[in-house]
Design a protein around this ligand. Structure first.
Ligand code: ADP
Length: 674
């Protein structure tokens, strides 16, 4: 195929005239033009075309047969089919007028399409229309660019993010709808203005840093900062700024995408607050569950809840009943001095305050001075002068498990609307903790009271018992002496005296316990020879029983110590008696005594039943008896308690080593110079 173009623009039908001379030159030029050109005769038949036209159509037209257009199928730009006889070339030939600016879409035989801008011009010979020449400009690429631009513009317009462009001097050059929404300025209001209208004063230096980065072709990625809207309100945003380059690659400005992160920031703050609140709740729970003193519980709860609510002052009023059965109120304050309350007496009779104690539930008022219940009560009719300036008011009842109102937590703030439903929930949670702690503290108080009554009783009973027992002992002694040695009754009297002696020792121990409890166990310190004392005590113990041999190993060299002689004797007797009592199948007890330059050390070893490791720590507790073989042996569980107290009062220490079945060694150590 060789495209043929006749010279000039006059076409002779039906065939082509071979070009010559100038015409030949013109034909060559047209043939090699990068733009598609073809001609039709007055009947619409294609008479000539150039190479570019063949390339555009994707086919070679048949001269004298193809009508109006070399393309097979043509469409309107919207994709609807365009009848061939309605194509721009056909229109020009039908009307004799050039058609301008009517885009068409052509489809090639291979299915590909091109957007084309035809420009058919009629050709006249004198007055007679003899044909038309058409120039086809391929605008496909241009159209694609246009579409891309339109898509981009649509994306920018529909984005929720603010997308702004600015020059390197910070002058705003474009402003999308997202920016309008976020910052509240219309496009017209900001184009040409400096970007600093959005920047808080104290952050102006940020812009210089951003521009510097843009100039250096760097991107600023997700920078979290604060910007101002048209009303001057601060908005937390995440900012991404990228350099804008012109076609030559020169940086001419920056594009800025700002995302509103207020919700994210709010969520972060909420989460943090939630975590803080949990932490406070936790620590309040921990603090008050370890507390058994009512006043301390009230104070700790008041302090923590005042902090939790952000109240200016908080109070905890606790209903109590005294020993005489009369009710009274204990209260603690936080954020206000006690005088602030005491000056005006208890506000218990006011309508608002009283509600909390009558089971009406939580009361939260944004402005108490505007509350209908406010100002009705005598004598003050509202808040007296000098009273804490309560405007925001929150009161939460503290209710016990039984449903009784134990008291109430009250909070005040001089500004209105300070307390929220979140505060109500938090304080209710603390109130629940507090009611358990108060119940426990009350139980503890009751137990302590009962315990001290029991101690009083033991003290009194032992005292009452001591006098008759001492007299019986005396009388028995007289009777014993008056009887002859061979008298059988003498044996019974001696036995009776021994039993009464044991009874007297028990009573003495009980009296000691009661004195220890009341802190009145008397001590009398003196200098004495420890070695002699120990030898004497052991000798006495040897004579008072025959079941065990008591070995004594002393390395004291007449050591003189300053201590309460009788009390130390009491400790040794107690340890040796226990050793005998708790080693019924053994024959031996070993008592050792030695000294360091500063202390006396005594140990008593037996080969008896021993004490399990798990119980060893408790044998010095009052009334404690090990649950083992010893359970059926007589005893009150007070000997070691008294010994422990005596050694402690000497600033010494007492301890034991034991293995069940093998025996026990008790040790004690006291300073030589107390
Ligand atoms: P008790 O009057 O019961 O002997 P103590 O206070 O002297 O009271 O001793 C407390 C408990 O310690 C005893 O009940 C006993 O279970 C245990 N205990 C004391 N000494 C010994 C020992 N040497 N061997 C084994 N158990 C002992």
């Amino acid at each position: 195929m060789s495209p043929i173009f006749p010279a000039g623009n006059v076409i002779t039908l039906p065939g082509n005239v071979a070009p010559e001379g100038d015409n030949l030159f013109a034909a060559r030029v047209l043939d090699n033009l990068p733009v598609a050109v073809y001609n039709c005769n007055a009947h619409g038949f294609i008479t000539s075309y150039n190479l570019a036209a063949v390339k555009l159509w994707g086919r070679t037209p048949q001269i004298g047969r193809d009508l109006w257009c070399g393309s097979w199928k043509i469409y309107n730009p919207d994709g609807s089919p365009m009848p061939l006889d309605n194509c721009p070339m056909a229109k020009t030939l039908a009307t004799g007028i050039a058609v301008e600016g009517e885009e068409i879409l052509i489809e090639r035989p291979d299915g590909s399409t091109r957007y084309v801008l035809p420009h058919p011009v009629p050709i006249y010979a004198g007055n007679k229309l003899i044909g038309a020449t058409n120039t086809l400009i391929d605008i496909t690429e241009h159209k694609a660019d246009e579409t891309k631009q339109a898509v981009l513009a649509a994306i920018i317009e529909s984005s929720d993010d603010a997308i702004i462009s600015k020059t390197l001097d910070g002058i705003i050059t474009s402003w999308n709808r997202g920016a309008e929404k976020l910052f509240g300025y219309s496009e017209a209001e900001v184009i040409g203005k400096h970007i600093s209208i959005l920047i808080p004063h104290d952050r102006l230096q940020e812009e210089a840093v951003i521009i510097e980065k843009v100039r250096n072709s760097e991107k600023v990625d997700h920078f979290e900062t604060i910007r101002l809207n048209s009303k001057g309100a601060e908005i937390p945003i995440s900012l991404t700024v990228s350099p804008i380059k012109n076609k030559k690659g020169l940086i001419i400005g920056g594009s800025k995408i700002a995302r509103d992160i207020s919700k994210q920031k709010q969520a972060e703050t909420d989460l943090q607050r939630y975590a803080d609140n949990l932490e406070i709740l936790n620590s309040v729970g921990r603090l008050i569950s370890a507390e058994l003193d009512i006043q301390s519980i009230l104070q700790k709860v008041t302090d923590a809840t005042t902090q939790l609510t952000g109240a200016a002052f908080g109070a905890f009023f606790h209903n109590l009943v005294d020993k005489k059965g009369e009710s009274y109120m204990l209260y603690t304050l936080s954020g206000a001095p006690r005088e602030a309350f005491e000056k005006f007496g208890m506000p218990r009779n006011t309508q608002i305050f009283h509600q909390t104690f009558s089971g009406a539930g939580i009361v939260r008022v944004d402005d108490i001075t505007k509350d209908p219940r406010y100002g009705h009560n005598h004598p003050h009719k509202g808040m007296p002068e000098g009273h804490l300036p309560v405007v925001s008011y929150l009161a939460v009842p503290v209710t016990s498990k039984s449903g009784a109102v134990l008291g109430g937590l009250f909070f005040g703030h001089p500004q209105p609307g300070k307390f929220t439903s979140e505060h109500e929930k938090l304080i209710s949670a603390v109130a629940a903790h507090a009611s358990v702690a108060l119940d426990n503290a009350k139980l503890y108080e009751e137990i302590t009271l009962l315990n001290s009554k029991k101690d009083d009783f033991i003290g009194m009973a032992s005292h009452e018992l001591k006098t008759p027992v001492t007299s019986i002992q005396g009388y028995l002694q007289i009777v014993e002496r008056s009887l002859a040695n061979e008298d059988k009754n003498k044996l019974f009297v001696t036995k009776a005296r021994n039993q009464v002696g044991k009874l007297a020792a028990l009573i003495a121990d009980l009296l000691d316990v009661s004195k220890i409890q009341t802190g009145k166990l008397p001590f009398s310190y003196s200098q004495f020879n420890a070695e002699a004392l120990i030898a004497e005590v052991i000798e006495m113990m040897r004579n008072s029983q025959h079941s065990h041999q008591i070995l004594l190993e002393q390395e004291l060299n007449n050591l003189v110590i300053n201590a309460d002689q009788q009390r130390l004797e009491q400790v040794i007797i107690n340890l040796v008696s226990n050793a005998i009592k708790y080693s019924p199948n053994a024959k031996e007890i070993i008592v050792r005594a030695n000294a360091t330059p500063t202390s006396l050390h005594v140990s008593v070893q037996d080969f008896g039943i021993g004490i399990d490791k798990s119980q060893q720590g408790r044998v010095f507790t009052r009334f404690y008896r090990v649950e083992n073989l010893a359970a059926h042996m007589s005893g009150l569980g007070i000997g070691l308690y008294i010994s422990h107290e005596i050694v402690n009062r000497h600033n010494g220490k007492i301890w034991l080593q034991s293995s069940p079945g093998a025996g026990t060694t008790f040790h004690f150590e006291v300073p030589i110079n107390h």
